[in-house]
Design a binder for this molecule. Structure first.
Ligand code: CP
Length: 305
């Protein structure tokens, strides 16, 4: 039995296979429409979500399976004090696979250690968001035609943004990736990420100005300032609109630069950018369904049956 806790749990070769499968599922939906018939996915979400929970559910439905679950801690027995360990032991009797989001770092790992079914980390606190990373990688590979040999700017809340941490770690395994980290001083990428890049001799720069680096970028990964992770509302208000991508900034970018965002967005991308052909964030959310279909299929060992 295999879980997904971190995007690095899959080798580069395994990810290539997963992305090929996701692309095939996109092109040939009928071929896979019944492959999870009789299987159940449990979505155990202790934290709010639109894309991750609903795309997991859509993915399982597209494969002919069923879904059950809860969408907040308050609507589960966590509100009565039940532990994640006890919950997953019970869910193991009800479902074949589980996607779990939790505000505490490491909670899905605790669940995996007690589970009799595969557990997928659907986001744990400010730590990791591996299925968003799979979504990001599939989007880049599908739209750019390659993973590697590009300059990526990551902009916004690089301290608390778990999607950023997972994506950087995953991209470190590909050749020729240059990172430009664009953030205010208070929201810089954590030290452990910088240490990782240094240990691998990977090129990175840290800047405050987005305009300054815009012409260099092949990809711009915008992020929301993570209000829910701030201890102090005043700090959030001061920093929340630090970056706003608009049409005039897009004029400084390459003609084939892609704008990605894990969503939800607040103000950091002006809606006037949505019609720009380089704005790929809604397409990215669609790729999230295909990659989760491929992941469920793989972790359930469907192709091996
Ligand atoms: N990208 C993402 O995780 O979105 P949700 O919080 O809506 O799931």
């Amino acid at each position: 039995m295999r879980h997904l806790m971190n995007p690095l749990d899959f080798s580069v070769e395994e990810l290539d296979k997963l992305f090929d499968l996701a692309n095939d599922m996109e092109k040939n939906p009928k071929k896979y429409a019944e492959c999870c018939h009789g299987k159940k996915l449990a979505t155990c979400f202790y934290e709010p979500s639109t894309r991750t929970r609903l795309s997991f559910e859509a993915a399982m439905m597209n494969l002919g399976g069923n879904v059950l679950g809860f969408s907040s801690a308050d609507s589960s027995s966590a509100a009565k004090g039940e532990s994640v360990s006890d919950t997953i032991r019970v869910i193991s009797s009800y479902a074949d696979i589980c996607a779990m989001r939790h505000p505490k770092e490491g909670a899905p790992m605790v669940a995996a250690s007690r589970s009799r079914i595969p557990v997928i980390n659907a986001g744990d606190g400010g730590h990791q968001h591996p299925t968003q990373t799979l979504t990001d990688l599939l989007t880049i590979r599908s739209l750019k035609g390659r993973l590697g040999n590009f300059t990526i700017g990551l902009c916004g809340d690089l301290k608390f943004g778990r999607t950023v941490h997972s994506l950087i770690e995953a991209l470190c395994r590909y050749e020729g990736v240059q990172f430009i980290f664009i953030s205010p001083e208070e929201l810089k990428v954590p030290d452990y990420i910088i240490e990782l890049l240094k240990s691998k001799n990977i090129d990175y720069t840290e800047v405050i100005s987005l305009e300054e680096v815009m012409p260099q970028l092949d990809l711009l990964y915008m992020t929301r300032v993570q209000r829910e992770r701030f201890f102090n509302e005043e700090d959030y208000i001061r920093l929340k609109d630090f970056y706003i991508l608009n049409k005039s900034k897009m004029e400084m970018a390459k003609e084939d630069m892609l704008v990605l965002h894990p969503l939800p967005r607040v103000n950091e991308i002006s809606v006037e950018v949505d019609d720009d052909p380089r704005a790929a964030y809604f397409e990215q959310a669609q790729y999230g369904v295909y990659v989760r279909m491929a992941l469920i299929y793989t972790l359930l060992g469907i192709g091996e049956e």
